[in-house]
Design a protein around this ligand. Structure first.
Ligand code: TRP
Length: 445
């Protein structure tokens, strides 16, 4: 992304779409979407999710990218550029804390993905069908390994290099997923899962499900904490925000739906519980691989590609937080990255210990969530992103001005003048009101 010297710019439209899609596509689509859908009862959740993506997340996405492109800054700097000295900068700080919070547990899951990849390599080499045993030390080490990897990529400023790789590897991930989907669908009883995933059962809808769907849309699209803002800040004034943003949304959503089709038919065919929460894909996929001809090879490929997808996401999380220290406090880049990475490691340790099954942490309960990890995911991944997106809309409405935001998008989009009014209507009314209502329902107001 940004070169160590100067801010840099995407050389092409594709550069931005790839990087933004790299940030968006990751564990959010393949691990989080199925686990949340599983907890939220299936089809009805999926329908609400798609509605939230189209009517809430897409408008917010355009606002976030355009604010980045207009100011060419990190989240804190963007608010300060529009209005010097503004208290809105605290929203920028919240964004940074949210980024660190998400990264802290996201890297734990990413570490587990690497662990599975390594385990399958061992199986291939040594034979046997040993299952991955998540020991405490192992979980901590893989978590630390993934964070260090992320730090090294961001320090080295080689994001662009990774994205070039991702351009080849992501289509391969898609192909692998198709293979796994087909195997899952061939299992007897899989159609139950397809039905469960695609046919809405509205009796399962409640406030919590709607919040889960909306927050999942923000999480999956990397919205509400300034990641798209930061990526937009590297977008040149010639590039089309509307088209780029829409592409990212379409890719990302397609991958999430495919992930659902990869998991749920197998869940039902194998008699698993869809609501088993954060461990869902790790329980179900190995059982599918076990049924597959060449399953070990497919598993290695899949977990490797998923690690790469996760890396392009963790890199974006770390980059956003780092950009603040570099731009605003003028820290040397590598110092900023190591300090933020170190802080994330400390914050993430309890999540890793929870994943490893340490009783004191996995029995913790707040907000109806059980386990330190789930609480972190709920606070940062659900509440904070929804709140951040709401505040971003309010900033757009009351401080920046939606006319100015529109002008920013319009300057390079032939289509936008025709739909700008609709977009403003959504950002002014639909997005903030729905977020407020959904959050209020959650707190029982
Ligand atoms: N969207 C990514 C995923 O789906 C995770 C992610 C990266 C993210 N950057 C973010 C989530 C910023 C929220 C905010 O895996």
């Amino acid at each position: 992304m940004s070169a160590p010297s100067g801010r840099g710019e995407w050389s092409s439209q594709l550069g931005f779409v790839l990087a933004a899609a790299g940030s968006a596509i990751g564990l959010g689509n393949i691990w989080r979407f199925p686990y949340v859908a599983g907890e939220s009862g299936g089809g009805a959740f999926v329908l609400v999710y798609l509605i939230c993506v189209a009517f809430i997340a897409l408008p917010v996405m355009l606002l976030e990218i355009s604010l980045g492109r207009a100011t060419q800054k990190n989240p804190v700097g963007a608010f300060l550029t529009i209005r010097p000295g503004t208290k809105w900068r605290f929203l920028g700080f919240l964004a940074l804390i949210t980024g660190l919070g998400i990264l802290s547990y996201y890297a734990v899951i990413a570490g587990r993905v690497v662990a599975y990849c390594v385990t399958y390599v061992q199986i291939l080499v040594q034979g046997g069908a040993a299952e991955y045993q998540g020991t405490t030390t192992g979980t901590l080490l893989y978590f630390a390994f993934f964070l260090v990897l992320t730090v090294l990529v961001v320090v080295g400023g080689v994001q662009r290099g990774i994205e070039r790789w991702a351009k080849i590897l992501m289509p391969l991930l898609l192909v692998t997923m198709f293979g796994i989907i087909v195997r899952g669908l061939l299992l007897p009883g899989s159609l139950e899962g397809v039905k469960w995933f695609l046919m809405p059962d509205f009796s399962k809808l409640d406030g919590r499900v709607v919040l889960n769907a909306m927050s999942q849309a923000f999480f999956s699209l990397s919205l509400g904490m300034g990641a798209m803002l930061t990526y937009g800040s590297y977008l040149s004034k010639k590039q089309d925000v509307l088209r780029c943003g829409t592409w990212v949304v379409v890719f990302d959503t397609a991958i999430a739906i495919l992930a659902g089709l990869m998991i749920f038919p197998a869940v039902f065919a194998l008699g698993q519980d869809p609501a088993m929460s954060t461990t869902l894909i790790f329980e179900v996929l190995p059982k599918v691989f076990a049924e597959m001809a060449g399953g070990t090879g497919v598993a290695i490929l899949f977990f490797f590609l998923l690690s790469v997808a996760a890396l392009t996401s963790t890199v974006s999380l770390l980059e956003v937080v780092t950009a603040y220290f570099v731009d605003e406090l003028e820290w040397p880049r590598s110092k900023a990255v190591w300090v933020v990475g170190g802080a994330t490691l400390v914050v993430g340790i309890p999540s890793a210990l929870d994943m490893a099954g340490i009783e004191a942490l996995s029995s913790l309960a707040v907000f109806g969530k059980v386990g330190f990890f789930s609480i972190m995911d709920f606070v940062w991944g659900n509440l904070s992103l929804a709140f951040g997106s709401l505040m971003l809309c309010l900033f757009g409405i009351f401080v920046w001005g939606l006319q100015r935001a529109s002008a920013e998008i319009e300057s390079t989009s032939a289509l936008f003048p025709k739909i700008g009014g609709v977009w403003r209507f959504f950002v002014r009314w639909v997005c903030p009101l729905s977020i407020v209502i959904i959050l209020a329902t959650l707190f029982g107001l």
